[in-house]
Ligand binder design. Structure first.
Ligand SMILES: [Zn+2]
Length: 82
């Protein structure tokens, strides 16, 4: 079985290797015209971000990252031999 390399955020397939971090809490900045209020930020490389619109979606990203990160078997990671 191959590990996932993309996850779905909003309506976009996001390559997992581009994800820098995922927000634990919903976005809130108080700005009237904010389009991302209550969404979970998924930060990408190069100052880009996509927004997960629900906790379930955010969790889906985390799960995909986890599976992707564990695509290496025990002792087979890129950190092996360090
Ligand atoms: Zn905002």
């Amino acid at each position: 079985m191959s590990a996932p390399t993309f996850c779905m955020v909003d309506d976009k397939y996001v390559p997992l290797w581009r994800v820098m971090w995922v927000s634990k809490t919903p976005h809130f900045c108080g700005e009237d015209d904010c389009q991302c209020e209550g969404c979970y930020e998924v930060r990408l490389e190069q100052d880009e971000a996509v927004w997960a619109t629900s906790k379930e979606e955010r969790d889906g990203v985390l799960k995909a990252l986890e599976e992707w990160g564990s695509g290496y078997g025990p002792g087979e990671g890129p950190w092996e031999g360090q």
